[in-house]
Write a protein that binds this ligand. Structure first.
Ligand code: PMP
Length: 359
């Protein structure tokens, strides 16, 4: 027998490129263009400068209590209703392992975060990808049927389209027998959170992240909020997997960032305003896109292939995301950077659109 026969083989998720060049306008992974909260930066300095290094000798709190407490205060929940992990990818992977244990298929859209099918494959979970409508909107009725769980981002990724919370409520109400997970990675840029619904639907969970709206992708912090019973299930599975997922600097800096609500609101506000101005520029250049409620836009131009535009921008030092995938191969996903970045992108796109022969 060969060892290959006994080994798990998977097709991994491919994250956006992290180029080494510094002089690139990097708008391909929905990072925040602003620095993390000054409060989080202060805590990190204190941790290294004030002789507190010895704290790192010890294992961190297994439940990341200081961070959970800060989140509980911010969202007016009890700590028992919050779970934290190493980025929302870690939280979502744990959710798949914990809640999607049925023989019935887990449902998610055909165009969505491309990690969902990777986790389903990894854990051997049956799943069905439900087509979005022609405007990339999720039809709630498609989720009113037997299933082993439901997950989708709101706003959706990579489209940026928001589903009204009233539709999420109907989906949760129609599926008391399965867990419904709303991935709110991009909710802070102008969409409405489903969080208030967790008091009414004991099968509903909301997952958020520090990577986008709190400008801390490098710290790797994500969290889930739901009723105490769901959170306990998640914690028990995690404790059967790894006792100490969260490192001490992330716990302490994360707590400081959550308490700095003014900074959080100001950077989210800047990004939403920049997005609106950029959308106007795109319209003027003939691009088509759905209204985005996130920190990116998903746009196509009727006269150009997606790949052409992607390559032409790359040549001009601008990195955005493009997928060679059915239904979306003519679309570009452009993260919203600073207003200066977006002026550069608009200038480059104008140049490309007005000189198609150079493409
Ligand atoms: N959900 C969605 C929809 C995302 O786009 C991302 C970012 N790739 C994540 C979750 C994971 O983000 P993180 O692990 O950085 O919290």
């Amino acid at each position: 027998m060969k060892w290959e026969e006994n080994v798990r083989r998977v097709v991994p998720y491919i994250p956006g490129e992290q180029p080494k060049e510094r002089n690139i306008i990097k708008l391909n992974t929905n990072e925040n263009p602003y620095p993390p909260s000054p409060e989080a930066q202060r805590v990190l300095r204190e941790l290294t400068e004030d002789g507190r290094w010895p704290d790192l000798r010890l294992y961190p709190d297994t439940d990341a209590a200081p961070l959970v407490r800060a989140l509980a205060e911010k969202y007016d929940r009890r700590p028992e209703e919050i779970y934290v992990g190493v980025g929302s990818d870690d939280v979502l992977a744990m959710c798949f392992l914990t809640f999607f244990c049925s023989r019935r298929p887990v449902l998610f859209p055909d165009i969505t975060y491309s990690f969902y099918d990777v986790w389903a494959e990894l854990y051997g979970i049956p799943y069905e990808q439900i087509p979005l409508d022609e405007n990339f909107c999720l039809r709630k009725e498609d989720y009113f049927r037997e299933n082993g769980g439901i997950i989708f981002p709101n706003p959706n990724a990579p489209t940026g389209v928001e589903l009204p919370v009233s539709a999420i409520e109907e989906i949760a109400a129609a599926n008391p027998g399965s867990v419904v997970i709303i991935d709110e990675a991009y909710v802070d840029f102008g969409a409405e959170s489903a969080l208030p619904l967790i008091d009414r639907y004991d099968n509903l969970m909301v997952v958020q992240t520090f990577s986008k709206s709190r400008a801390m992708a490098g710290m790797r912090i994500g969290y889930a909020m739901a009723n105490e019973r769901l959170i306990r299930c998640l914690r028990d599975v995690r404790r059967s997997f790894n006792s100490y997922t969260m490192n001490l600097p992330s716990i302490l800096c994360g707590a400081a960032a959550v308490r700095d609500d003014d900074y959080f609101r100001s950077i989210c506000g800047c990004i939403s305003e920049t997005r609106e101005r950029f959308e106007e520029e795109l319209s003027g250049l003939g691009f088509r896109f759905c209204r985005s409620r996130s920190n990116f836009v998903f746009a196509r131009h009727p006269d150009f292939r997606g790949e052409e535009l992607y390559r032409a921008l790359r040549e001009r030092g601008i990195l955005i995301r493009w997928w060679n995938k059915e239904r979306i191969s003519d679309y570009l996903r452009i993260t919203i950077g600073t207003s200066r970045d977006m002026r550069e992108v608009a200038r480059a796109l104008r140049d490309i659109v007005e000189h198609p022969e150079a493409c």
